[in-house]
Design a protein around this ligand. Sequence first.
Ligand SMILES: [Zn+2]
Length: 228
Amino acid sequence: MKDLTIASQIIRPGESTEININIARLPSRTLIDTPIYVYRGLEEGPVLSLTAGMHGDEINGMEIVRRILDNGYNKVKRGTVLCMPIINMYGFLNYSREVPDGKDINRSFPGSKGGSLASRVAWHMTHEIIPAIDYGIDFHTGGSMRTNYPQVRCVMEDQRNAELAMAFHAPFTIDSPFRPQSLRQTAAKHEKNIIVYEGGRIHSIRSTGNRRGFKRHTSFNETFKYDR
Ligand SMILES: [Zn+2]
């Protein structure tokens, strides 16, 4: 089995580690770390990333990844699971979707090392996370005041992307084209497969992904075209 390198750190088979990447600092000059938890099984297998908090106010996704870590669901026998519960630490601290300069990280890929704060975060994801993974699930909620029914977004014409989405088996699977300068689009350019999960709303933790009131629909899995 090959060694895995993330943010210049080597992780060997059977190792579990926490990597802290430092992207910028607060105006007080306090350094803000963004933790990444990596668990490698002893057997060869794919590398899966579970990321959340690209939008700092979408805490439902962060809680999903936190519970995965808390329950040890990331401790796989084969392959590797990389958990990054809060991509946008700055937005999270400010209760905001964007980073403090008002930019959206998910419209700032592939990013630039010396660019705006959003662009720097994107650059670290592009150069330190994407090269290390094979597959990814990026957790979100509805934006603004919208509450989203639990759904997975993928590109149906990409067979592996669609397969990954179907295996996830959310109540809805939506054909969603890549948005320009997004994590998903950049990963696809590197031939890495990422799907997006959306459930619930901002500033809120909903264990059921907010399926209340939709109960009669929860037993089927429906696919349809998402054309925004
Ligand atoms: Zn989001």
